[in-house]
Write a protein that binds this ligand. Sequence first.
Ligand code: ZN
Length: 271
Amino acid sequence: MNTIKRLITSVVLAVGVFGLGAAHAVELQWFGQSAFKLTTPGGKVIMIDPFITKNPKTPEALKDLSKLGKIDLIVVTHGHGDHVGDTAKLAEMSGAKVAMNADMGHTFGTLGLVPYKQLVRFNKSGPIKPLGDGITITMVRAEHSSELLHADPATGKKTLYPGGEPAGYIIELENGYKIYHAGDTGVFADMAFIGSYYQPDLALLPIGGHFTMDPAHAAYAVKNLLKTKTVIPIHYGTFPPLKGTPEQFKTALGDFPTKVIVMQPGDAQKF
Ligand code: ZN
């Protein structure tokens, strides 16, 4: 009898202590390239660089945008098509706020891609809390370019519009967990500032090369500048020029004590 009582007490305690904790995990689903669906410990849903319907790496089953469920916020790192992706459609479907650099925000607003009332236009080192007190988003530098190539829906004519400056984001969640999404970037010395000032728990880093860091540059960034405990490699294998591989990245890291998580498109990972 006593044994059963003790067992019941242990189970009740375990549910009390760990049950709630399990429901508060951070969940990150990768769609390939730089696109993620982030579900926060408080149940908010943030889409990052949502390149989904035209993404060759996104599993077909995930290309039905209506199945994404609710979206509270969309963040876009820069104006290139493989990052802007389905932003306008998702903004229309969900009514979510859309955060991006202030200048590209004007391009989105004036073209009518996203209504101004949904846009959160901001810039570097000015943290914002578009979802209330629990979540802070800070824009950081990226060493890249940004322009928006937009096709007129009536004529199909393509025109280039200003995309402001490219960016990365530090996303701090309700439980203090910090994610650094680097956007598209080359390596730059200010990554040391990002590593020491924000101390991200997890970095999402491009390794494909050609338009961004290749595996060797990304490994240098981790070892010498960011020193992040956990890294997920992104922006590789989607198109032929993006030749860098996670294996090359791991080899370049050598025995440096950073955990590399290699995701498959469609995978969801809890932290
Ligand atoms: Zn780009």
